[in-house]
Design a binder for this molecule. Sequence first.
Ligand code: FE2
Length: 571
Amino acid sequence: MSCVLGISAGYHDAAAALILDGQLIAAMQEERFTRIKNDSSIPSQAVSACLAQAGLTPAAIDRVVFYENPFAKLERVLLSLVRSFPQSWKQFPTAISSQIGSKIWILDQISSTLNIPRNRIFTTTHHRSHAASAFFPSPFDEAAILTVDGIGEEVSTGMWLGKNGCINCIKSIEYPHSLGLLYAALTAYLGFEVNEGEYKVMGLAAYGTPCFKEEFASLISLSSDGSFELNLPYFAFHTKTDIGFSAKMEKLFGPRRHPGKHWDFESSSQDRKYANIAATLQWYTEEVLLGLARNIRQLTGCDNLCLAGGVALNCVANARLLKESGFSRIFVQPAAGDAGGALGAAILASIDLDGKYPSPLNSCALGENISNDAALKLVQNLGINHTKPDDIFSSAAELIANNKVVAFAHGRFEWGPRALGQRSMLAAPQDKATRERLNKVIKKREPFRPFAPAILSHRAGEWFEGQDCDMSPFMTSVANVRPERAKDLGACTHIDGTARVQTVSELSSPGLFNVLHALDKKTGIPIVVNTSLNGNGEPIVGSALDAISFFVSHPVDAMVVGDILLKRNTL
Ligand SMILES: [Fe+2]
């Protein structure tokens, strides 16, 4: 029996994944424990929680695999700086102190922080981790695999074939040509935070039209075999540490948008222009991904496609891939960003040690459970009114049916960036005003950000076109709302008539399944708005303490925390 741990850390989204005798026991991001968004530090708390899930100590771990090769990364950073000299001279001290100062010693730091002998710690490569994380948890025995992100060691885009329990790289595109870095540069130009604001750009894109195609053609050139090249003078990620685009980009599109400014599409022509830039970026991203997907389909002859890497979190592009790339089925690993590398690294270690890998992923509930005892103690100490209903799911459904917003913290928290019914805020889907309330009052975020519907999987076809697919249980694609249903989905239909649907089964999210079932009985609508349980800029809630802190500081109407129901005194 082997016990292996995969770890990602050092840049963003540190995470740990534990596999015991080929079975995936737990996978968690460090940010859920430290409460630091995208925390990149060595995931010591996530590791402890993974081990606790299996009742093990660090001594039981046979092998730790770090998700990338820090020495190859150092080589790429140094080579890139030398190639970009003299423009890059200012970047030298920061890059050297970051790489030599800590990043290349990360394996020693993991050893000492986690108390695991150094000779049990190994490395793999960044895109191999992504590819393994996409293929092995998929429902396919054979698939083409696309890994697309900002940058790994030197690869930014990988094409792979997964077959007979192995993954092999067929083709790759290397730094500085990177779809992830193109998206990141424009994310920064539009005034959003890189590695965080990419979702916002995707939401914003639906408010614009892709009318800057000519300008984008000077940023990136596409080849008939799906490969692409960036026109580097428009970018600065290779010469500066703080920003991804150059002055030439601002000459092309005009001045950048300043962060934090209120968005106003009605009276600001500038904001409409920025939305058009976002729409064109989204269109180009989809075109590049389609080119890559069609090429890998030709090279492999496969009918199935697996995706990972940060760009694979673009659910609008994933929906287009399913429609237009020629693949019959597509699976996107739900933690497709760098956190997911921990899962890929653990799988590679498990295969290497005893040839075993986990069965297909059917739920993201791989985190730490809510402690009922801790929740009870906290509400008693704080004097918060609470009850323990016989059927907590039916009680939650009753509140939702009465147009209340219910925070729902139940079961093990989710793996990946999406709240899928274990740490969610739930509301009735009909009323557009609910969306305003969630955006403005509770989440305090941009008005154009959409909310997603969660629906009983066997009812999805009644409400959405093209459901249920392999991506919908993990909310990694979008679907068109059936026009005749749009009036009942005012709170979760995006301006372009789509929705990022989550299909829910008893296996994937048992608590949410029960709520939806009860809601369907009461109202005939088996759908809720499902948005993540977190305040603006905060990681999603993890523990009972986080959940109750959220209830105390945000104006939700009620909260389910474990088997306890909290209600505002006004209810
Ligand atoms: Fe990555």
